[in-house]
Design a protein around this ligand. Structure first.
Ligand code: AMP
Length: 510
């Protein structure tokens, strides 16, 4: 069954069960499966009537239940959706809207002041009205097809403009089919904890596994995540069985000894993706949740969330440090290539290339960047799409090990960041002549914070801490808060290597 057939089936067969719960401080809002069905059908009918083309729909908001109903409505009307979280700064929202040129923007929160072009904006009040009182047509003839783009998620791009990763329905179906195999330990009930906003592809793991299993997506709002005591209170009453987050987030939770089986007695599965899962974190989880299985999975947005996975058992922990990121899912082959594109033997490091049935069809409206990263490859007589990840790793007895990046992309607190993206946005500010952004790492290699080194058109000693604050404030228009460097250091010159590039190693020692 395809994802939409499965969702529709659950809407009809379990109408009174909870499909979605949003937990925000002092407030919860939810949707039953029946409500998800009727609301998405009504929103879908409206989409059909108010749009002429099958252009992607931009959906702006923060985890509101009607955001989810709108996602489903898009799929039921054959439209791709592009989720944009409220944490995306106004300049980026504008970039995304300019790129997508939607006919329709659905906003469950107030849209920032942007130029919407020719798009109609469906605001929260009208959306609420349509979703309960609007007409309802049979949408099945319009359902999304196997090769149609199902969603577009924008990620940090090295040019300073985000790039829209297009994921087709087939890609999503293939991911979900595999993802479900990691959820079997929670067979008594599927209640998924959601941490990531829906504009990050990690959220696809919890949302679509939950929707396909007929479960409940238990979403935690951004402000709830900022208050540990309230968060733990909500977790205590969640009956959650499956946890999906970055390792950084679970580490924050583990810092409180109350994060254990007593708090979440039904918890059976932890799924991690997006950054390194350390042996220490996995061991602490296994100890705190003896009935639960811990999985490390790996993959970029461009290959639909994750393409390798491993159940981290005590024996895996004993055998491997660092932990492997797993074995490829069915329908995926991992190749390790050197710079010339030669296949590497077991144990030899090289670039991780993903070949398979969940690799994206490329970046939205961006042939050049698509051509650079995507290609095709034959596996046993079948041609699949392939994606050069920019990750370095090696294979050993079928297991993939991740060893870092070969470019300037980093992960900080689970967020994917191209340092050149930050640099391009800083370089646009008045007075900035040159800039390099460096990660500040902890002893274990993870990134603690960012420092920007600037050469201004005025002497370095004239730059005050007030100027630094003003510069950081200006960046809030174009960069999400997690991408704004914590420290700004103004220097008279940036050291360069023999080939004229910024000498980042030397810069780090200044
Ligand atoms: P994103 O597109 O935000 O999911 O980020 C993808 C990148 O996160 C990958 O290309 C890797 O660099 C990194 N990543 C994903 N999974 C893992 C993992 N299990 N361990 C280490 N790094 C990971």
């Amino acid at each position: 069954m395809t994802i939409l057939e499965t969702i529709s089936n659950h809407e009809n067969t379990r109408p009174n069960s909870l499909a979605y719960v949003l937990n925000a401080p002092g407030r919860t809002s939810s949707l039953t499966w029946g409500e998800l069905g009727s609301r998405s059908n009504r929103i879908g009918t409206h989409i059909l009537r108010c749009t002429k083309e099958r252009k992607p729909v931009v959906i702006y908001g923060h985890k509101d239940p009607l955001m989810i109903a709108s996602f489903v409505a898009c799929s039921k009307t054959g439209r791709a959706y592009c989720p944009v979280d409220v944490s995306v700064p106004v300049g980026r929202v504008q970039d995304i809207v300019d790129e997508v040129e939607p006919e329709l923007i659905i906003a469950t929160e107030d849209l920032p002041q942007i130029n919407c072009g020719n798009a109609t904006v469906l605001d929260a009040a009208e959306l609420a009205r349509i979703s309960t009182e609007g007409d309802m047509e049979d949408l099945t003839p319009h359902w999304i097809g196997p090769n149609d783009v199902y969603y577009i998620i924008f990620t940090s791009g090295s040019t300073g403009k985000p790039k829209g990763v297009q994921i087709t329905r087939d890609c999503l179906d293939n991911f979900v089919r595999w993802g479900k195999t990691m959820c079997t330990n929670a067979k008594d009930g599927y209640v998924f904890v959601n941490q990531a906003p829906y504009s990050f592809d990690l959220s696809v793991m919890d949302l679509y596994l939950s929707l396909s299993l007929g479960g409940t997506e238990y979403a935690l709002s951004k402000s709830l995540l900022e208050s540990m005591s309230e968060l733990f209170e909500r977790l205590r009453s969640s009956d959650a069985t499956i946890w999906v987050s970055t390792p950084s987030f679970v580490e924050m939770c583990l810092a409180d000894p109350a994060f254990n089986e007593e708090l979440l007695p039904q918890m059976r599965t932890f799924l991690f993706c997006g950054e390194t899962l350390t042996n220490r974190t996995a061991a602490r989880l296994i100890e705190a949740f003896p009935k639960a299985e811990v999985y490390n999975t790996y993959g970029p947005t461009e290959s639909t969330v994750a393409v390798t996975g491993i159940h981290v058992t005590p024996s895996v922990l004993e055998e491997h440090s660092p932990l492997p990121v797993g074995r490829p899912k069915a329908g995926t082959v991992i190749r390790i290539m050197d710079e010339q594109g030669n296949l590497q033997e077991d144990g030899n490091k090289g670039e991780i290339v993903i070949v398979g049935d969940s690799v994206s069809v490329g970046y939205f409206n961006d042939e050049e960047r698509t051509r650079k990263a995507f290609s095709t490859a034959d596996v046993d007589g079948t041609t699949y799409r392939s994606y050069r990840t920019g990750d370095e790793g090696y294979l050993q007895d079928g297991l993939l090990f991740y060893s870092g990046r070969i470019d300037l992309q980093i992960k900080m607190h689970g967020y994917r960041i191209e340092l050149e993206d930050i640099e391009a946005n800083i370089a646009k500010l008045d007075g900035v002549e040159r800039v390099a952004v460096l990660p500040v790492r902890r002893p274990d290699g993870s990134v603690r914070s960012l420092t920007a080194y600037l050469v201004m058109n005025t002497p370095a000693q004239d730059f005050s801490s007030k100027d630094g604050r003003a510069l950081r404030k200006k960046l809030t228009v174009s960069l999400p808060s997690y991408m704004i460097p914590k420290r700004i250091r103004v220097v008279d010159d940036l050291p360069v290597t023999n080939n004229g590039k910024v000498d980042r190693k030397k810069l780090a020692t200044l």
